[in-house]
Design a protein around this ligand. Structure first.
Ligand SMILES: CC(C)(COP(=O)(O)OP(=O)(O)OC[C@H]1O[C@@H](n2cnc3c(N)ncnc32)[C@H](O)[C@@H]1OP(=O)(O)O)[C@@H](O)C(=O)NCCC(=O)NCCS
Length: 201
């Protein structure tokens, strides 16, 4: 069993400092104008890795702290969001990343790619919107951008995994995704208790 808290955490701003130093001190925009603020979605490059890391830190803790343990959150952030891990996802595994800017600030990202070389199925690996920007339509724009790109690449279907206790599964349901399978996946000393959801394009 691995020690969930071990590993190099130097890639990440400590959670306690993220809000003060990076995001929370400046709300995305007041609620009344959030929906009309300009949103720009663009592909991310290796140079954007620090931005993706900060967005993941900001979104993961509030999303998962009542669902999985702090040790598991830290473990998964280090596993999936170290600079080396993101670089491998982009360069080796061929994951495409999209970044959303909203009201002039980075607010969310998505990562996706072909499930495997021979399939016509895309997988949405990651979809995260900074908490203070949620509900402003960014998740909608990101998932539609992913689906449009998947369609252009000839995909017939998009699949994803979502924790069974994550309210985001309602967001996916509203976007046409349906539960295909219930899976419990071991990850180091932890478990992922997920639904696999899918949507025909
Ligand atoms: C899930 C998430 C990506 C949605 O992005 P968002 O920008 O907040 O969502 P949007 O503003 O685009 O919402 C689009 C629609 O989905 C609805 N919606 C959004 N989140 C919802 C939720 N949790 N439950 C039900 N409906 C939801 C909105 O009401 C909206 O509907 P409308 O167009 O009829 O008003 C975002 O809330 C998020 O990052 N959540 C935390 C991270 C997470 O769980 N990611 C998924 C990991 S698998």
């Amino acid at each position: 069993m691995r020690n969930a808290g071990s590993g190099n955490s130097s890639f990440f701003i400590p959670h306690s400092k993220v809000g003060a130093a990076t995001f929370a001190a400046v709300p995305c925009l007041v609620a009344a104008v959030r929906k009309i603020a300009l949103t720009v979605i663009r592909p991310a490059t290796l140079a954007d890795i620090p931005v993706i890391q900060r967005l993941a830190e900001a979104a993961w803790w509030p999303t998962y702290r009542d669902i999985i343990s702090a040790e598991q959150i830290q473990y998964m952030l280090e596993l999936m969001y170290s600079a080396r891990a993101i670089e491998a996802q982009m360069v080796v595994q061929g994951h495409k990343f999209l970044l959303a800017r909203h009201g002039g600030r980075y607010a969310g990202f998505a990562a996706y790619g072909l499930r495997d070389a021979r399939s016509s199925v895309f997988r949405l690996h990651k979809l995260y919107v900074r908490p203070d920007c949620q509900g402003a339509g960014l998740g909608h724009k990101l998932i539609r951008a992913v689906e449009n790109d998947a369609r252009r690449a000839g995909a017939r279907r998009v699949e994803l995994n979502v924790n069974r206790a994550n309210p985001a599964l309602n967001f996916y349901t509203r976007h046409g995704y349906r539960v295909q399978q219930t899976v419990d996946i071991p990850l180091g000393p932890f478990w992922l208790n997920d639904y696999v959801m899918g949507h025909e394009l």
